[in-house]
Design a protein around this ligand. Structure first.
Ligand SMILES: NC(=O)c1ccc[n+]([C@@H]2O[C@H](COP(=O)([O-])OP(=O)(O)OC[C@H]3O[C@@H](n4cnc5c(N)ncnc54)[C@H](OP(=O)(O)O)[C@@H]3O)[C@@H](O)[C@H]2O)c1
Length: 288
């Protein structure tokens, strides 16, 4: 591939989009274009087609409908952005022979296997968010040969709407906070996800384009915890004294059903990139 590569990033105002901006703006190996909802709106087909007018070698799609509970009452909208938009994006990338990098979620598994989940494990999502993300994956895989689909979990960053920032905000507003302690997963610092994404892209650019590099990868920070465990660690690092109470999923009903166990096995991405993935506590310390 050419030494300077043209890259487009969709969803540039989101958590991951912002982290990728740090990697690709002012980077002399890339000419980067960062697009937000105003330039390309994934809920409108004709807006997605504007991508045809851009000249690019790589497209990174971080844009998604991510409001997991709200999705249950906005199924069509969620499906348009997380699934049907991928049909259009994939076709445009395929036509341009561009690499399409896309992100998915641990919520696509939801298969009751109580062990770290492999990319090849069954996917039986129960929520609208999970179902639409899985459909988006399938459309991309079927239409665009050169793709990376990176499944990630429990994403947080310094800014943006995420569990970590919500806990810090609630600690200032409430006398005590009740947090679910029977859903197990792996929190992921968005900066670590951005780095591993860049590593996969570098491997692609180094000439691995014909190989079995393309495909689906799990990526999360290492280790596992519950939402309560994550909140406890946030409060310890920030020296927050507001009492935290562990509760069950039953005590805190939500519109969307979430998996009880969704820790992902990241052996594949570690082997391919040669990277060591930091523990979730390490990621959280760097974030805070
Ligand atoms: N957050 C998590 O815990 C989590 C967990 C697993 C996987 N993921 C996946 O990881 C990826 C990145 O997530 P994130 O946390 O960075 O998401 P995020 O912070 O919620 O950002 C989503 C981005 O998508 C944009 N967007 C939403 N609807 C759009 C539309 N109709 N047209 C164009 N852009 C639209 C948003 O734009 P506005 O700013 O204009 O709304 C925002 O920039 C997503 O694929 C997500 O599904 C996230």
């Amino acid at each position: 591939m050419k030494s300077v590569c043209k890259i487009i990033i969709l969803g540039s105002t989101g958590q991951l989009g912002t982290a990728l901006k740090q990697v690709y703006q002012n980077n002399d190996r890339y000419i980067s274009t960062f697009l937000n909802r105003r330039s390309v709106n994934l809920s409108r087909t004709e807006s997605i087609h504007k991508l045809k007018d851009y000249d690019f070698d790589i497209l990174i799609n971080t844009a998604a409908y991510t409001a997991v509970d709200k999705a249950e009452s906005q199924q069509r909208r969620c499906a348009k952005i997380n699934a049907l938009a991928l049909e259009e994006i994939a076709a445009i990338c395929q036509k341009k022979q561009a690499l399409c990098v896309h992100f998915s979620t641990d919520y696509v598994y939801d298969n009751d296997l109580n062990r770290p989940l492999l990319e090849t494990d069954p996917t039986t999502p129960k929520s609208t968010y999970g179902i639409t993300k899985l459909l988006g994956e399938k459309l991309l895989r079927a239409i665009c040969k050169k793709h990376f689909i990176i499944r990630t979990s429990w994403l947080y960053s310094r800014q943006g709407q995420n569990f970590v920032n919500t806990m810090i905000r609630l600690s200032k507003e409430k006398d005590e906070i009740r947090v679910v302690n029977d859903q197990i997963g792996s929190p992921t610092f968005v900066d670590d996800l951005a780095l591993v994404t860049d590593k996969l892209i570098s491997l692609y650019r180094e000439g691995n384009q014909q190989s079995d590099l393309f495909g689906t990868y799990n990526f999360s920070n290492q280790g596992e915890t519950t939402w309560y465990g994550l909140a406890k660690e946030v409060f310890r690092i920030k020296n927050i004294k507001t009492p935290l109470l562990p509760i069950t999923t039953e005590d805190y009903p939500t519109p969307a059903k979430r998996p009880a166990y969704s820790v992902m096995d990241c052996t594949k991405i570690k082997a391919v990139t040669g990277m060591t993935i930091p523990d979730w506590q390490d990621g959280l310390r760097r974030c805070l």
